[in-house]
Design a protein around this ligand. Sequence first.
Ligand code: THU
Length: 141
Amino acid sequence: MTIDRDTLITAARDAATRAYAPYSNFHVGAALGFADGSVVTGANVENASYGLTLCAETVAVGKALSEDWRGQLEAVAVIGGRAGEVGKGDPVTPCGRCRQVLNEVAALGGNDPLIWCVGEDEVLELRLSDLLPRAFGPDSL
Ligand code: THU
């Protein structure tokens, strides 16, 4: 593992401060850790047309894939909560759509990243394949 857990969680927490979430008031930050040592972050971006909201994980994947190829995705940290309470309460796990979006970048690097879901009392450590078993990905086509 190139990037340690606390570094990635700190990056996700910092990203959450840049959430644009005036409708839900729920701020989420995500940090992708790649094998080359790079970290790409994202925060949720809401829209007055609520259903167009982009989750933090999806924003991070979009940034990573649109900037350049980052190689193996080793780990992802996700943290969230109401404004002023980010990281309090239960761990935030990626929504279903984000699991699929994360699977795309993971599959490109050919590995199964750790997903650190940060809560107040615990950090859940899961594999993406635990969250999205039998995923549909680039090899399925
Ligand atoms: N949200 C994320 O950013 N990531 C997730 O995995 C779950 C939900 C955001 C979307 C919306 O802006 C807010 O949290 C409340 O659903």
